[in-house]
Design a protein around this ligand. Structure first.
Ligand code: ATP
Ligand code: MG
Length: 553
């Protein structure tokens, strides 16, 4: 990743550094609400905020915006910390929580009440909607709006003390019921919520709204650039109003366009539905667009960071082709993933002229892109597996792999020719018999003889069995949110294909959870969390682009 990704927010930071607006400081934050796992859009925000801090010698905070106890959970806090760490973002020693500031926020609320800038309101939610007005109809005043600061203070204290039932009252900022920006029509600062909080327990029964809390959190942490997604643009006047009313440190809010991807959904509410409805096998199911799923699937964090860096930062909403992410992942893995041979749908091959019982240990290159990766020993014998679809009894046009009477190269081993096709009573092919040419050791032609196909293979007696999980896109359509009907109607029924008895070369028997490989001619794979010695499980991270075109050596 380059040192200083260029984009309009970097331009703002440059100007601020030049004018010494913040005394040379750059301090950003990533402020998730712990009400779900992080998704790939959040990864954009993590990349943006942490890279801005890093590139400009600044600081980056991880802060939980844990102001809504009804939807939040420690499980989410833990997963988010893991994910942000995994992304390599340096948030220092301390993890920040909005709930740590509840006391200070409350003191500031009293201050606004005393100054006549906030009041207690008794309207029901329905009345509040009605009183708020609409885009072309001004709002009207709540009866509480005219109450004295003294009486409001008394009511607020009693709200805090738990004297009123949930939802009975709110604290609202006294701004402007006729404002063209509806967010400024006396927004709610506190609600009565009688739910225990995952960190503060029963200490509080009033909880701050996002708009009230967010700027205070930023201010308390000395944030300079408060970067958020475009939907908060209309909330910025409110962000500014609260900080100005209190006269405290006032960061600059800057909005950018969310990161969206094709063939998925990215709202936490929908992701929660996919999990709760068992449409996937949990938040980190490799088909999910979550960060934890990407990690489990084998996507390197550097590839994810590079992807968002390449996409860049703008104010223009767009949906990025998920194929671009896959291409970036492929680039990373092509350079770094060791090559191995693995047969996903095995077909038995017997080499009839191979000396009985003989095993030859062949030296095979680990990564042609990286000489330092060296070679490994791969056993070759008279009983092998090849990929079932590398054989056609009646080869179609341009099929250059194995067929009766045809000769192919077995990667790094020998040329073999198919002499016989063995079938069972139903006519299904159960075995191929082939002869090998001893003069072609290493897969080299002795006499300029050309073969068009090169196949991967494993020695049957040495192979380790594994479950292999092939993933396709979770949805059948590019934009499930916009497609007709419910987004769940567009789930791809073939998003997961389980291959229960793949045969892998011997060396993969020792692969550890998280290790990534290129299975030659097949794709990039990663050892799944469920994998155990003797019961290996692999995820396909991404297929090889053009796998057949590249099948030659
Ligand atoms: P969602 O709307 O997807 O359910 P959220 O915005 O409610 O998520 P938060 O926990 O509030 O989730 O988000 C934390 C931070 O991540 C916010 O600053 C938010 O602007 C940013 N963020 C959320 N979604 C995206 C996205 N798709 N692209 C970039 N940043 C995002
Ligand atoms: Mg949000």
């Amino acid at each position: 990743m380059s040192d200083k990704p260029r984009h309009f927010i970097q331009d703002i930071v440059d100007a601020d550094l030049a004018s010494n607006k913040w005394g040379g400081k750059v301090h950003t934050r990533f402020p998730p609400e712990p009400n779900g796992y992080l998704h790939l859009g959040h990864a954009k925000s993590i990349w943006l905020n942490s890279s801005l801090a890093k590139a400009n010698g600044g600081k980056f905070n991880l802060r939980f915006d844990d102001t809504n106890p009804a939807k939040e959970d420690q499980e989410y806090v833990d997963s988010i910390v893991d994910d942000v760490r995994w992304m390599g973002a340096d948030f220092g020693e301390k993890i920040h929580f909005a709930s740590d500031y509840f006391e200070q926020m409350y003191a500031w609320a009293e201050k606004l009440v005393e100054a006549g800038k906030a009041y207690v309101c008794e309207l029901t939610p329905e009345q509040m909607t009605e009183y708020r007005g609409t885009f072309d109809k001004p709002g009207k005043d709540s009866p509480g709006r005219g109450r004295s600061p003294k009486d409001n203070l008394d009511l607020l204290r009693r709200m805090r003390a738990g004297e009123f039932p949930a939802g009975a009252k709110t604290l609202r900022a006294k701004i402007d019921m006729t404002s063209g920006n509806i967010n400024l029509r006396d927004p709610v600062m506190y609600r009565i919520v009688k739910a225990p909080h995952h960190r503060t327990g029963d200490t509080w029964c009033i909880y701050p709204s996002y708009d009230w809390a967010h700027g205070l959190e930023d201010s308390l942490e000395g944030i300079t650039h408060s970067i958020c997604t475009l939907e908060f643009e209309n909330h910025r006047p409110l962000y500014d109003w609260f900080l100005d009313a209190l006269g405290i440190h006032h960061p600059q809010q800057i909005e950018f366009a969310r990161g969206n991807l094709t063939y998925t959904v990215m709202s936490k509410r929908k992701l929660l539905e996919l999990v709760k409805g068992n449409h996937v096998r949990g938040w980190n199911d490799p088909r999910m667009p979550t960060i934890s799923a990407a990690r489990r699937r084998g996507i390197p964090s550097q590839a994810l960071l590079k992807f968002w860096e390449d996409i860049g930062v703008t104010k223009q909403e767009s949906v990025i082709d998920v194929g671009r992410l896959e291409a970036t992942v492929r680039d990373f893995l092509n350079a770094s993933a060791p090559r191995r041979m693995a047969v996903l749908r095995p077909l038995k091959v017997t080499i009839t002229n191979w000396p009985a019982g003989q095993v030859e240990e062949l030296d095979v290159v680990n990564n042609p892109e990286d000489e330092s990766a060296g070679t490994r020993k791969v056993p070759f014998s008279g009983s092998l597996y090849i990929e079932a679809d590398d054989f056609q009894e009646v080869p179609e046009k341009k099929f250059f792999r194995l067929a009766p009477g045809k000769e192919v190269r077995l990667r790094a081993a020998y040329f073999v020719t198919c002499t016989e096709v063995v079938k069972d009573a139903s006519g299904a092919i159960t075995e191929l018999r082939c002869t090998y040419d001893p003069k072609t050791k290493g897969g080299d032609s002795p006499d300029g003889r050309k073969v068009k196909g090169t196949l991967h293979w494993v020695s049957a007696a040495h192979a380790v069995s594994a479950e292999v999980r092939l993933y396709d896109r979770l949805f059948k359509v590019e934009d499930p949110d916009a497609a007709a009907g419910n987004y769940l109607d567009h789930l791809n029924p073939r998003s997961l294909e389980l291959l229960k008895d793949a045969k892998l070369e011997r060396s993969l028997g020792a692969a550890a959870v998280g290790e990534r490989f290129q299975f030659e001619r097949v794709g990039y794979f990663c050892v799944d969390l469920d994998s155990k010695p003797g019961a290996l499980v692999f995820n396909r991270t991404v297929p090889l682009k053009d796998s057949w075109a590249k099948a030659k050596d």
